[in-house]
Design a binder for this molecule. Structure first.
Ligand code: DGL
Length: 254
C-alpha cells in the first residue's frame, strides 16, 4: 500500500494522478484537515504534525509515502533533519526544481505557501542550477482552493488570483512552479495570466520521479482519511471533482 499525505484536499489531485499510473495499487490518503492550513505554521509545528502523520502511516504498514504537500516537503523533508521510518518517503520540491532546470528555464517563479518560501529550499536549488528565481508566498490561495475552486469562471475569482500574483508581472517568468499541491486547481487561470510561462505542477513532477519499483500491484483500493470533518472534506472534494460520490472518508486521530 502506498500512502499519500497532505494537509487538505490539494494532495487528492496527486492521488488521482497516481491512481492513473498505478491502477492496481492500494492507496491510502491522509488529509490533516484539523491542522489546515500548514503554510502559515512555523517549521517546528510542521515537523510535529508530519511526525504524527508518518507514525500513522507506519501503523498502516505502507510500503512508501508520497508527501503530496509542498510545505512538508520543504520544511521537513528538505530540512536536513533525519526522518527514520521503515518506508521510503518522496517529496515534491526537489523534482519540481529539477524539472524546471532540466527544461532549460532561466527565470523561474515559484508560487508556494509562506512556509515553503521561508524555508529557502527552492531559491537554493534553483540558484545552484544558475537560474534566476522569484518565490512568492500566496497565503490566500489555499483557503480559496479549499472553499471556492469550483467557481473558475467567476471574474472575481480571477481578479483575486491576478492580485495575488501581481509581483510576478515585472519578473516575466519563463516557468512557474506550482509549488503547493493546492495550486494546480488554478492552473487554467494562471496559464491565462502568464501564457508564455511553462507551468510545472510539483505533484506531477514528483510522480514522474518515483522509482519504477514502486509500481506495485494490489486490489486497486483507495482509502481516504482526514483528521477534521469528513463531511466538509467530502463536500469540497466532490465539488471539485476530486472525489467520487461512492468513496467513503474516515475520520482518524493521529
Ligand atoms: N497543499 C499544501 C502544500 O502543498 C499545503 C497547503 C496548506 O495547508 O497551507 O504546500
Amino acid at each position: 500500500m502506498i500512502g499519500v499525505y497532505d494537509s487538505g484536499l490539494g494532495g487528492l489531485g496527486v492521488l488521482r494522478a497516481l491512481r492513473k499510473r498505478m491502477p492496481r495499487a492500494d492507496l491510502l490518503y491522509l488529509g490533516d484537515t484539523l491542522h489546515l492550513p500548514y503554510g502559515e505554521k512555523p517549521p517546528g509545528v510542521l515537523q510535529n504534525y508530519a511526525e504524527q502523520a508518518f507514525a500513522f502511516f507506519e501503523k498502516q504498514a505502507i510500503s512508501a509515502l508520497v508527501v503530496a504537500c509542498g510545505t512538508v516537503s520543504a520544511t521537513v523533508l528538505e530540512s536536513g533533519r533525519p526522518c527514520a521510518h521503515r518506508y521510503p518517503i518522496f517529496g515534491v520540491v526537489r523534482p519540481a526544481a529539477e524539472r524546471a532546470l532540466a527544461l532549460g528555464c532561466r527565470r523561474i517563479a515559484v508560487l508556494a505557501t509562506e512556509a515553503t518560501v521561508k524555508s529557502g529550499v527552492y531559491s537554493r536549488l534553483l540558484r545552484q542550477g544558475r537560474a534566476e528565481q522569484l518565490s512568492l508566498g500566496c497565503p490566500s490561495l489555499v483557503p480559496l482552493a479549499e472553499s471556492r475552486a469550483a467557481c473558475r469562471s467567476d471574474r472575481r475569482f480571477m481578479r483575486e488570483i491576478e492580485a495575488e500574483l501581481s509581483p510576478l508581472r515585472d519578473f516575466s517568468p519563463d516557468a512557474i512552479i506550482l509549488g503547493c499541491t493546492h495550486f494546480p486547481l488554478f492552473a487554467e487561470c494562471i496559464g491565462e495570466l502568464y501564457p508564455s510561462a511553462v507551468l510545472i505542477d510539483c505533484g506531477a513532477a514528483a510522480l514522474d520521479a518515483l522509482p519504477a519499483r514502486l509500481f506495485e500491484v494490489g486490489g486497486g483500493e483507495s482509502t481516504y482519511c482526514v483528521t477534521g470533518s469528513p463531511e466538509l472534506f467530502r463536500a469540497s472534494a466532490e465539488r471539485m471533482g476530486l472525489l467520487d460520490r461512492r468513496e467513503t472518508v474516515r475520520k482518524v486521530r493521529l
